[in-house]
Design a protein around this ligand. Structure first.
Ligand code: ZN
Ligand code: ZN
Length: 164
């Protein structure tokens, strides 16, 4: 494929362009199929007719990696673009919705594994000693607040549950 930032040809599986050092699909200056110049709002490459400029990148583990977030709300678009362009170093900001609704929020965002585990652990802890259930619930809900956006990003972009 071609780097969408600098237009040079790179390995199809490259996560970082060896010529310019950015993630290859982060900008929209070039078509990633043929390397032709494109405009940022262009949906189809005029030169090769490639249908969608919205692209799926394959990660090293061959999991489809979504890099287009335009059908999400502005909040998550901004967050996901920030995570993506940071090369996963940025892991999202505190999310009040995720903190308030915890596992329920997780379930609505496709973060099902972490949510199911949280619910099971909280219920079991609550059955043993009620206050313990509340303490563990609070800890879990904090994790959702801190890492909610990161978990959502992994579930959405990489179809990956329980990112570490
Ligand atoms: Zn490049
Ligand atoms: Zn093209």
């Amino acid at each position: 494929m071609f780097c969408r930032n600098c237009g040079k040809e790179i390995n199809d599986q490259a996560e970082i362009c060896i010529h310019c050092g950015t993630r290859p699909l982060i900008k929209r200056n070039f078509c990633y199929k043929c390397g032709a110049e494109t405009k940022p709002n262009q949906e189809i490459c005029i030169k090769c007719g490639f249908i969608s400029m919205s692209s799926t990148l394959y990660t090293k583990e061959q999991i489809p990696y979504r890099t287009e977030f335009s059908n999400l709300s502005q909040y998550y678009q901004d967050e996901f673009n920030k995570i993506y362009s940071s090369g996963d170093r940025y892991r999202g900001k505190w999310n009040w919705w995720a903190f308030s609704f915890g596992a329920l929020w997780g379930l609505t965002k496709g973060v099902w594994l972490a949510s199911v585990i949280a619910i099971i652990v909280v219920v079991f802890a609550g059955l043993i000693v009620a206050p313990l259930g509340w303490i563990i619930a609070t800890i879990y809900w904090f994790i959702f607040g801190v890492r909610g956006n990161w978990m959502y990003y992994n579930a959405y972009a990489k179809k990956k549950q329980l990112p570490i």
